[in-house]
Ligand binder design. Structure first.
Ligand SMILES: Cc1cc2nc3c(=O)[nH]c(=O)nc-3n(C[C@H](O)[C@H](O)[C@H](O)COP(=O)(O)O)c2cc1C
Length: 449
């Protein structure tokens, strides 16, 4: 029976996806300590979450006013640690929880990314996942030795070749290459390890790759592209696909149907392609208690949080405009960062030339977007409706405060979802693929020429 996929939406950062989370009275203050992430990992594993996922950007949000002082003063995602290192800390404190992190195809080399995630996969007995992003803004480009961010669709063309090289390397050792025969001195069968010799438009990578296969073959591929080009990329490579919270049930139905069709059109199995929207859950024993919690959360966010994050995501300095000054058609057309965010605000507001104030209101960058608020029954009802519609195969749960959001969800909502048969009572296996119900791929040699 189809079961919900549950992902913890995490940040190796001074706050969660919700900037105001660090200001929450119940949030732990040690987000730069190993114990903080060990604790989150154990809470997610107790709730049988499939995956703990760390998002990432290669720069703090300093596009607003082209200055970082407001970012640091207000703690707007100004601390960003390396997610792989933090993930490994979490991996060593858990047994079954999947471990995912973001890594950019625009600013790293495929051999390096292939090795980092294949190693994490071996170190965690087959629990690794890689979120493939093309990055968002000039701040990241400037930190990584470039003058400006690569054009939107060119980023995805580069990413397609990046995937060819990574999967080429991940498939260059056969599953049974290693012999480890101390008698004969045969470590591995030379004929079962190949050189990729990749020469392409964007990359050259010779090989042979230096990390053998893991118990799940290779890491699970996550993707979150939402523009036309981004969605096509997701349907080609993604196994677990994150989308932003649906702006309406109708939009959710259309997006879910479209993406599953595109997967089938690319010759892949749509039932092995999981679409999970990001979501906020604020829950308690009763609906009234949960609403009180939500009221507190609402008081913690500021418009500056939103303007700073909008500038980061869209790679446009919102301080260059008056708060009530409409965007021109040209400014909207030239958005070089996340185009899907622009499209979402145009769709949700119905305004052709929105102002920065409209973007703050309709982008929900600093406030939980359509949170599921209530006791066990109300929240389970909401999640069940999305799951059975279907507009979702599961959820990427962001936190309003840590670790409280996940402790509440595990205490109040998980038992209710399990009672309804919508969510697994235990992990099916030891690897992430087994727990997601994804097949374990055999090594298939891929010549990328
Ligand atoms: C749940 C979720 C997590 C995401 N995590 C990241 C991330 O870690 N880093 C990043 O640069 N983008 C992240 N994104 C944004 C996407 O990668 C992508 O840039 C965005 O959806 C825009 O897609 P587009 O490039 O097709 O316009 C995330 C999106 C969602 C919905």
């Amino acid at each position: 029976m189809r079961q919900m996929v549950m992902v913890g939406f995490l940040q190796a950062q001074n706050c969660t996806n919700l900037v105001s989370s660090w200001r929450h009275p119940e949030s732990r203050d040690d987000s730069m300590s190993a114990d903080y992430y060990r604790t989150i990992g154990r809470v997610l594993e107790e709730g049988k979450f499939h995956l703990g996922f760390f998002d990432d950007r290669l720069a703090m949000p300093d596009r607003y006013g082209n200055d970082h002082r407001h970012t640091v003063e207000h703690g707007i995602r100004c601390v960003k640690m390396d997610p792989i290192t933090v993930l490994t800390v979490m991996g060593m404190a858990t047994e079954r929880l999947g471990l995912g992190a973001t890594c950019s195809t625009t600013y790293f080399e495929p051999f390096h990314v292939a090795r980092v995630f294949a190693t994490l996969d071996l170190m965690t007995n087959g629990r690794a996942a890689w979120n493939v992003v093309t990055s968002m803004n000039d701040g990241e480009a400037l930190n990584m030795g470039h003058d400006e961010h690569l054009e939107h669709d060119a980023r995805y063309d580069r990413a397609d070749e990046f995937m060819d090289v990574v999967l080429g390397h991940w498939n260059s050792w056969d599953d049974d290459a290693i012999a480890l025969d101390k008698q004969s001195g045969l470590f591995a069968h030379p004929g079962k390890v190949r050189r990729l010799d990749h020469h392409g438009t964007w990359f050259r990578s010779r090989g042979p790759f230096t990390v053998p296969r893991s118990p799940q073959g290779h890491p699970v591929v996550i993707q979150a592209g939402q523009s036309g080009r981004g969605k096509h990329f997701s349907a080609r490579w993604g196994e677990l696909v994150f989308v932003s919270t649906h702006t309406s049930m109708e939009h959710g139905r259309q997006l879910y149907r479209e993406m599953k069709h595109d997967v089938a059109r690319q010759g892949r199995d749509p039932d092995k392609f999981f679409i999970t929207p990001s979501a906020y859950v604020v829950c308690a024993e009763t609906k009234a208690e949960a609403e009180d919690k939500m009221a507190l959360i609402e008081t913690l966010a500021t418009d500056e949080d939103a303007l700073s994050l909008l500038s980061e995501a869209m790679n446009f300095d919102f301080a260059s405009k008056g708060i009530d000054e409409p965007f021109t058609d040209e400014e909207l057309a030239n958005i070089s960062g996340t185009q899907s965010m622009r499209d979402r605000v145009l769709r949700a507001s119905g305004i052709a030339n929105p102002t920065p104030r409209d973007f703050v209101r309709f982008s929900h960058r600093a406030r939980p977007n359509k949170p599921f608020v209530g006791g066990p029954k109300e929240v389970a009802d909401g999640l069940e409706q999305w799951f059975t519609e279907p507009v979702a195969d599961g959820f990427v749960l962001a936190a309003t405060h840590v670790p409280g959001t996940y402790m509440d969800f595990v205490k109040y909502v998980v038992p209710e979802l399990q009672r309804r048969g919508l969510y697994h009572k235990d992990y099916a296996g030891t690897t992430l693929r087994e727990n997601l119900g994804l097949p374990i791929p055999r090594a298939t040699w891929r010549n990328t020429q």
